[in-house]
Design a protein around this ligand. Structure first.
Ligand code: BT5
Length: 316
């Protein structure tokens, strides 16, 4: 049902097409065609009909079908205007056997960060969780967090902003000495006996000014007004599609993840303080090693940090 609707939408996007032709092409009744068109209209698509047939006039900014339209990655997308947490919903889907599903929402009422921290999720943001069943051991799963950070950074940079990755799971916009958080990533998984059963990669991206200390939105970094006006035209639908396409490409080419991460990271070369369960480590961040360890050069030699929070320090 959903697949046929998506194919009807694809045919509409390719040009005006008559009801009988759609019925023929997809071997369904004309009444079924009409029902699909009505359902798409309800989802926000503007579809006109006249003697020559149906004509797609407008695509909604956000909807499951709109996000799947023209998407060059094999994800099935479920869209919610508001949800408690896309990660919570994605975990339920994953536990029921789903894979390559993505839950997208424009607002969350109970968005989560790492270690039970809150992720503020006002309306107009992009909150999404990707469910997958990768052929990885649980220890390798940080690679997917890195891939998500690269994908988010690349999609954000395509909108014209200077996004950079901060280890391990933040995407920042950097202006002179000011770093603000554009996006955060929360990866959750279940696995045993050396194999991940499912993995959920949750990505929260600020779009409009979130009005949160230290945060920035895709549409509101402190660039000059003309650029900012252009940025207002950023289509969140295209941004989400580009993010998912980049993520899909990286998970299918895992050797490319670390080099791409190095290219987009701002943490490397910086003096950092990493807070770990075993105490703080201070030094110069020099590299990232598979599956996601930050290498810090300290007075006592190189230390590898596998998880924790990281603070960029001013150079001394
Ligand atoms: C993260 O945690 O950065 C991971 C955030 C993941 C959110 C996504 S949204 C889709 C999916 N569904 C969910 O429920 N979660 C995921 P962490 O590194 O722990 O950073 C959390 C900290 O970031 C908070 O303690 C605040 O200081 C700050 N923060 C909260 N909301 C923010 C926002 N909207 N923008 C920037 N910073 C924020």
């Amino acid at each position: 049902m959903k697949q046929t609707r998506q194919r009807v939408l694809g045919a509409l996007a390719d040009g005006p097409v008559s009801g009988p032709r759609l019925a023929d092409e997809f071997a369904i009744s004309r009444a079924a065609v009409w029902k699909h068109v009505e359902a798409l209209r309800e989802e926000g698509f503007v579809i006109e009909s006249d003697d020559s047939g149906y004509r797609l006039i407008e695509i909604p900014e956000m909807s499951g079908a709109a996000l799947e339209l023209g998407l060059d990655a094999p994800f099935e997308i479920e869209y919610h205007k508001v949800i408690d947490s896309t990660n919570a919903r994605a975990r339920t889907l994953a536990a029921n056997g789903a894979t390559d599903s993505v839950v997208v929402a424009s607002a969350q009422t109970a968005g989560r960060g790492r270690r039970n921290r809150e992720w503020e999720s006002p309306p107009g943001g992009v909150y999404l969780s990707i469910v997958c069943q990768p052929d990885l051991s649980p220890a390798e799963s940080p690679l997917y967090t890195l891939a998500a950070a690269v994908a988010t950074t690349r999609a954000a940079r395509e909108t014209g902003i200077d996004a950079r990755i901060k280890w391990p799971n933040d995407v920042l916009v950097v202006n002179e000495n000011d770093e603000r958080k554009l996006a955060g990533i929360l990866t959750e998984m279940q696995g045993e006996a050396g194999q991940v059963a499912w993995l959920v990669v949750g990505i929260g991206v600020n779009v409009d000014d979130p009005n949160i200390d230290g945060a920035v939105g895709l549409r509101n970094d402190q660039a000059d007004k003309t650029e900012a006006t252009e940025r207002n035209a950023i289509e969140t639908r295209i941004f989400v599609q580009r993010l998912l396409e980049e993520f899909d490409a990286l998970r299918n080419n895992t050797d490319a993840i670390l080099p791409a991460w190095r290219d987009n990271a701002i943490t490397l070369g910086r003096r950092v303080r990493a807070q770990t369960p075993r105490g703080d480590v201070i030094g110069q961040a020099t590299d990232i090693e598979s599956p996601g360890a930050l290498v810090i050069e300290t007075n006592d030699g190189n230390v590898r940090i596998h998880a924790g929070d990281c603070e960029h320090l001013h150079q001394t």
